[in-house]
Design a protein around this ligand. Structure first.
Ligand SMILES: CC(C)(COP(=O)(O)OP(=O)(O)OC[C@H]1O[C@@H](n2cnc3c(N)ncnc32)[C@H](O)[C@@H]1OP(=O)(O)O)[C@@H](O)C(=O)NCCC(=O)NCCS
Length: 170
């Protein structure tokens, strides 16, 4: 299986939003506020949001199989001097049929490479829903450690969900 990873831009907006919509239908308890903002922007607003990402310090990586977007990961950081060393990974989602085929590992390696090319970035951190054992296993396997838990971090479908904070030195 050949998977190509590229940085996404506003030309990928509609396909990208479609994947986000699938993730919200399948696993709303794992969709955080940045992806929720994209979903709320809808078909009209998504290209504008993606266009603004470079200035905001956000990069989207997409994994393609035969020209089809099958996985995404995002990385964001504040660009101010006191905070630009901490980059936040969010919105990781692999299409159901492509899971456990190392697409996630490939996407994460692109984020790690990106961090390696930005020496001022020395921490990669993320939030993961406490019940998401596959993702927690995935992140642990790639060296992330839990450093805290936020109770009632997310509310969806009548239930609260705790989230773990995890990080790794970049
Ligand atoms: C979690 C996720 C990103 C992992 O990506 P992936 O491409 O499936 O994972 P990879 O093939 O690169 O890596 C596999 C590893 O991930 C973990 N993993 C993935 N799916 C798993 C599952 N269903 N059960 C247990 N562990 C799982 C394991 O550590 C596994 O290692 P192993 O094969 O040695 O057991 C992907 O399953 C996904 O998109 N899940 C739904 C959305 C989500 O949870 N996103 C994360 C939000 S924080």
């Amino acid at each position: 299986m050949k998977i190509n990873v590229v940085e996404l831009n506003s030309e990928n907006a509609q396909e990208y939003l479609e994947l986000r919509k699938v993730s919200e239908i399948e696993l709303p308890q794992y969709v955080g506020p940045s992806a929720e903002r994209e979903l709320m922007s809808g078909n009209e607003g998504i290209a504008k949001i993606i266009s603004s990402y470079a200035l905001e310090g956000t990069i989207l990586f997409g994994a393609f199989s035969e020209e089809k977007l099958v996985g995404v990961i995002a990385v964001s950081r504040r660009l101010s001097p006191k905070f630009k060393h901490r980059a936040f990974i969010w919105g990781m989602y692999i299409s159901n049929k492509f899971r456990q085929l190392k697409v996630g590992a490939l996407l994460l390696s692109h984020v790690k490479n990106w961090a390696g090319n930005h020496p001022e970035v020395n921490v990669l951190w993320l939030q993961v829903t406490e019940s998401n054992t596959p993702a927690i296993s995935f992140y642990k396997k790639h060296g992330f450690e839990t450093y805290g838990t936020e109770p009632q971090s997310l509310f969806t479908q009548g239930e609260y969900h705790n989230t773990h904070y995890m990080q790794i030195n970049a």
